[in-house]
Design a protein around this ligand. Structure first.
Ligand code: NI
Length: 399
């Protein structure tokens, strides 16, 4: 079916599911669950999919992940498009007064994943209702747990969720854009997130006799400041990278006259280019080793890789632009001015298949991860329409 003929049916189908999806979001918002504990949320997702006759599997990779599949009435086709929504909440106490305020003290949907889950369910119901009009192919619905701890996506990928997928898309609520507006961008949009832990071992002693000690605080302080030379003197100024030493533990709280024997440091390390990211563990250790050797200390260095860089595929992002123009109007599709150094575990899917994330305006006056953030109901219509139509059009282009 041609796009022009299909769009009115899409609008009708979205309008038809909207009231129940709004109710679903309120229910999820009232009952937030922390990363890895999304038992109730996953149960509700599964219940809804069952009620609407959508085939799905639960407990993916032994997590609370749920994956549904909608097959076109016109056949299985050759292409599979995936839509991803995350389900977990944050350990923040909600301060916003609404009829659907969190009923769990200290836990709330401060990143709007209630909206993401409800939105994906809305797209599922719309695609399911219109599956006679879907070009041959399949749409996978990936309800993912544990995004906030970035432990969900890699497990889903390891369980083979995207093995048969040709492209994948996700959305994230974005308070600085108005509802009905989306933000898109090609290439790297979110940073890799790695970390290191360092123990410097010197020789403790009396603060009055530093010459008899090997002072790990003095050495640690030099490491902290010299690590910044990697960002400012080794990596191209047009390639963003961040090395933030965020932990420095040393000394005895009870006394100021004791030089400790050890100091422990911890840091977060970020980059927007997979190539730059690869070079960072060695560069950091070289600086640490050099400074420790210069001052007679030894060290133990543990670097661990976390989330990869989220790199939007240009063709998939172009598809989002095209669908955005048709569904929301050209004035409501904006180019995001810059990437962010935050991380998103959607990057794990993008290491396997091309895909893209887009920002969906929520117009909330408060920022993500704050006690008054709310995804709201207003973004749902645009979000559901975007996801459903992007999936349909991807299959159409392959037909
Ligand atoms: Ni989030």
């Amino acid at each position: 079916m041609e796009t022009a003929l299909f769009l009115p049916r899409l609008r009708q189908a979205v309008a038809a599911v909207l009231p129940e999806i709004v109710a679903l979001r309120h229910d999820l918002h009232r009952n937030p669950e922390l990363s890895g504990s999304e038992e109730r949320t996953a149960g509700i997702v599964s219940e809804w999919l069952t009620r609407h006759g959508i085939a799905h599997e639960t407990r993916i990779g032994d997590t609370w992940g749920v994956v549904g599949v909608i097959e076109s009435r016109q056949g299985r086709g050759e292409r599979t498009f995936a839509l991803r929504g995350d389900m977990d909440a944050l350990p923040i106490h909600e301060e916003r007064e609404t009829s659907y305020k969190s009923m769990v003290p200290g836990v709330m949907h401060a990143c709007g994943h209630d909206g993401h889950t409800a939105n994906l369910m809305g797209a599922a119901l719309v695609l399911n209702a219109l599956k006679a009009d879907l070009p041959p192919g399949r749409v996978k619905l990936v309800f993912q747990p544990a995004e906030e701890t970035v432990r969900g996506a890699d497990v889903m990928v390891a369980a083979g969720v995207v093995d048969d997928v040709d492209a994948i898309v996700m959305l994230h609520g974005w308070p600085v854009l108005a509802p009905g507006v989306i933000g898109v961008r090609n290439g790297p949009v979110m940073a890799s997130s790695d970390q290191f832990l360092l123990t410097i071992t010197g020789k403790g002693g009396h603060g009055a006799y530093p010459h008899d000690t090997v002072d790990p605080i003095f050495i640690g302080a030099q490491i902290v400041s010299n690590l910044q030379s990697i960002v400012s003197r080794e990596i191209s100024p047009v390639q963003p990278a961040v090395i933030s030493v965020t932990q420095f533990f040393a000394g005895t709280p009870a006394a100021t006259n004791i030089i400790p024997g050890t100091a422990k440091l911890g840091a977060t390390v970020r980059a927007l280019s997979p190539d730059v990211r690869k070079t960072l563990p060695e560069r950091i250790e070289r600086v640490i080793a050099g400074i420790c050797a210069a001052h007679r200390a030894t060290y133990e260095y543990k670097y661990s890789h976390g989330t990869p860089v989220t790199v939007n595929d240009t063709a998939v992002t172009d598809l989002l632009r095209e669908v955005g123009r048709d569904v929301l109007g050209a004035e409501n599709v904006v180019e995001l001015p810059e990437p962010t150094m935050g991380a998103e575990d959607f990057a794990y899917y993008l290491e396997k298949v091309p895909g893209a994330m887009f920002r969906l305006g929520t117009g909330c006056e408060y920022l993500l991860h704050t006690p008054k953030y709310d995804f709201g109901d207003a973004p749902l219509e645009a979000g559901i329409s975007m996801m459903a139509e992007t999936a349909r059009r991807f299959l159409e282009k392959g037909a």
